[in-house]
Write a protein that binds this ligand. Structure first.
Ligand code: ZN
Length: 307
């Protein structure tokens, strides 16, 4: 018999401005929670460790951790650099490792990206419930997609970087050259929040009365949506993040995705109009920490050998 029911899970949603730390029961109920400002690892890791030490003293021992983190970060459990920040421009974080804060607890942990974490949260308790293959895309400061199969994130030698695909870009209709430092007019370079502000001087939700602009951005995002369908055949696509909240945008994405696929993929999942197929998140701000708890549960399961 294992102690599944009583095991507590430590969860960390590590973002560029804040760490949300939570102690939770395996059913997801959070028993303690803290917000810690992201500074340097030397400054914030000790606070993270102190929170888990203190909350475990009150609520009981921690059996596993799940981490959903900003990146780029090595998420390959077989890699010697697993859990290490790689090329992040964030001062002090390159080379920092979650092992530095979690090894002291002597329990298993899983590290994944913030996007994959949010995808898992949505799969667990939000708009992705019931989907065996799920693609979750966030369009905000950056653009990223997590693809799940049965609640686990897919990866290659690293996490996916689908925000950097090149959508078709008509330079006459949209002369903006893009702002991605690596690719210029990749998807992130054309549709991320900063790209829209650089191009039009304001965020997309302030441009809702300009249908041509909404349609243009929706068309770029639809290129990714159609590519996701063609490459992964997901049961559902979720689009979240600040940019997606612009009125009319998700409708434009649906319309343009349908046009782009042009009837080629026929399946009941792709309903006419794609209103059930392309959806917005169900969890709001709690997707990340919900996903981190689910990752902790995965860490626990991986280290429990069947009797
Ligand atoms: Zn790029």
């Amino acid at each position: 018999m294992h102690s599944d029911e009583n095991s507590l899970i430590g969860a960390i949603e590590a973002g560029g401005t804040k760490f949300i730390c939570a102690l939770a029961r395996p059913d997801g109920t959070i028993v303690a929670r803290a917000r810690i400002d992201t500074r340097t690892p030397e400054e914030c890791f000790p606070e993270v460790a102190a929170f888990f030490h203190d909350s475990a003293a009150t609520h009981g021992p921690i059996a596993a951790f799940g981490v959903a983190s900003f990146g780029p970060i090595d998420i390959d459990p077989a890699s010697p650099a697993y859990g290490t920040f790689t090329t992040t421009p964030k001062p002090g974080w390159q080379g920092a490792r979650f092992h530095d804060v979690l090894d002291r607890f002597g329990v298993p942990f899983v590290v994944d990206t913030d996007v994959n974490g949010a995808a898992i949260g949505e799969w667990q308790a939000g708009a992705g419930q019931g989907a065996r293959t799920l693609a979750y895309t966030t369009i905000g400061t950056g653009v990223g997609t997590g693809v799940l199969r049965d609640g686990r994130s897919l990866m290659g030698f690293s996490h996916y970087e689908m925000g950097h695909i090149h959508p078709s870009h008509d330079h006459a209709a949209d002369p903006f050259p893009g702002w991605c430092p690596y690719h210029g007019d990749c998807l992130e370079g054309l549709v991320a929040g900063p790209a829209i502000i650089k191009r039009w001087g304001t965020s997309l939700d302030h441009l809702a009365d300009d249908p041509a602009k909404i349609e243009l951005i929706g068309g770029y995002i639809a290129d990714l949506a159609a590519d996701l369908v063609l490459m992964h055949m997901p049961d559902r696509l979720i689009f979240g993040g600040g940019v997606i909240k612009a009125p009319g945008l998700i409708e434009a994405v649906r319309r343009r995705t349908e046009k782009r696929l042009n009837g080629y993929v026929r399946n009941d999942r792709l309903d006419p109009g794609l209103e059930r197929y392309i959806v917005t998140p169900g969890l709001g701000d709690d997707a990340g920490i919900t996903g981190a708890i689910a990752l902790g549960r995965q860490a626990l399961a991986q280290h429990q050998t069947p009797d």
